[in-house]
Write a protein that binds this ligand. Structure first.
Ligand code: IPD
Ligand code: CA
Length: 160
């Protein structure tokens, strides 16, 4: 009885040490793929990775492409994330569409899951819903937001 108890402890010790080795390998592998995600144009902020393929299209087109890739259109939720988005806009010198719209209720901007936005960085005077036709949101090279017609073509930026 005592002996079998001891061998069970030894077995568990081996299992824990095996798991420690596997965790170390996983951490090394994860750290490597974080670098892959950030090269050449990706940005990592906390657990979020922003990445563009360089594709340009309308809002619906971009939204679908991000979903298809297992991500979603970028939606910066604080100033640090917005700066990461801005850096990508600057790098490509092309505005992106965010995963933010007021399609559901004019003037009430929401994420694509329907939640009200918790952060915004509107340019002064925006959103102005020019000609009553602007329900999507683009980010300028200065990082500021402008509402814009969803049928315009912008650079894709997904978050994963
Ligand atoms: C417009 C202006 C305006 C902004 C609109 C844009 P456009 O550009 O930049 O300030 O609020 O969203 O459409 O159409 O006159 O080239
Ligand atoms: Ca506008």
């Amino acid at each position: 009885k005592g002996d079998s108890g001891l061998s069970e402890v030894n077995l568990m010790k081996k299992q824990v040490s095996d798991l420690e080795g596997q965790l170390r390998a996983l951490q090394a592998s994860f750290s490597k793929y974080q670098k892959v995600a950030a090269f050449p144009g990706g940005r990592i902020v906390g657990n979020k990775v922003f990445v563009t393929s360089g594709y340009e299209g309308t809002f619906d087109d971009l939204k679908q492409k991000c979903l298809q890739a297992g991500g979603q259109l970028a939606a910066p939720k604080n100033a640090v994330e917005n700066t990461a988005v801005q850096q990508i806009v600057v790098q490509h010198n092309k505005s992106v569409f965010l995963g933010v719209t007021d399609i559901q209720t004019e003037g009430k901007f929401r994420y694509l899951n329907g939640d009200a936005i918790v952060y915004s960085n509107w340019l002064q005077g925006e959103p102005n819903n020019e000609k009553g036709r602007e329900n999507c949101v683009e980010v300028y090279v200065n990082g500021k937001w402008n509402d814009r017609a969803c049928g315009e073509k912008r650079l894709i930026l997904c978050e994963f």
